[in-house]
Write a protein that binds this ligand. Sequence first.
Ligand code: NAP
Length: 361
Amino acid sequence: MLKGEYKVGVLGATGTVGQRFILHLHNHPFFKLVALGASSRSAGKAYRDVTKWKQVKQIPESVQRMQVEECTVEHFQQCDIVFSGLDHDVAGPIEDALRNAHVAVFSNAKNYRRDPLVPLVVPLINTSHYSVLPAQQKSLGLTKGYIVANANCSTTALVVPLAALEKAFGPLEQVQATTLQAISGSGYPGLPSLDILDNVVPYIGSEEDKMEWETYKILGGVSAQNDAFDYHAQSPLTVSATCNRVPVIDGHTVCAGVKFASKVKPSPQQVMEALSAYTCDAQHVGAPSAPQQVITVHQEQDRPQPRLDRDHQNGAGVNVGRVRGDALFDIKFVVLANNVQIGAATSSVMNAEVAALQGYV
Ligand SMILES: NC(=O)c1ccc[n+]([C@@H]2O[C@H](COP(=O)([O-])OP(=O)(O)OC[C@H]3O[C@@H](n4cnc5c(N)ncnc54)[C@H](OP(=O)(O)O)[C@@H]3O)[C@@H](O)[C@H]2O)c1
């Protein structure tokens, strides 16, 4: 049960992910936005004067004149929760300092994703990994404050249907994933238009490694004996990813092939039914940002499409289509996730909602 209203802040508030945080949080039922942070270039100025606002909705009235601060403990220790949309080159020490100042930090950056004591949480799958938070705090001598990371945006798209398939049909053996990733995934201003218009760029630095590695941690469990992750050690799963940047503004598409470990293979119809039936803890505990339907399965032959489907349920779920058999894999399908919503800001906010509802804040 909720104790009341939580004071929250946003780091990197002027950026691509930060702007989505603002839209999620300015009118939230139990988070009250009290602090905004960005670089020293923006600090000391009104939010509306320093942000290159790129959203269709206007900057909320209550946020327009809020002063942007430097991302220091001094300005954020009043917060119960801080959402971080900082780049990885600056996120590490700032997030760590806030954790040590007893703040619960929900980060989009990659810095702590591989830390064995930091849960890597996709809120549509594995909020159960919060059980490792007491061990994180104990290791640092903290009674309050921790870091929770959310996953890379293309990992998030892939791993949601994988979790649903594992739950329904048992361990997976092989997954091959090829992405078509939106430009907004690289922040603002992103790639120069002359590099991405009329083009596909078949390389996104360290993205393939993130997709392959993060999947193991997210689908793994937490060992009750030593409060550590098992990184899916009991699973035969091998993941192979290929990542491409395409001229789409928002919405990452992933074409996936999956081989099941079991000798008895589900049919495409059974797969579609299992994906549609999948539910998650964020829904069960009543997180306000949780989608009604975690996985929307499209029957049309030419869906999902980024322009048509990325904003379904405010981008809080994922969309799957083209579920079919395959000569190499048992099943293949296409998944679309909104990279700046469930791939970034919505994940962090939903993670924090579940943490608050389960008494971790
Ligand atoms: N875009 C996505 O789809 C996506 C998805 C998942 C995860 N992520 C991750 O989310 C994070 C943010 O990405 P983004 O796309 O929002 O980046 P972005 O648009 O480049 O925004 C970066 C933000 O960081 C601030 N900043 C830069 N240097 C700083 C410093 N030295 N101290 C404090 N603040 C500083 C910027 O403030 P100023 O305006 O003052 O420069 C801005 O608010 C990254 O770690 C990224 O990998 C992004």
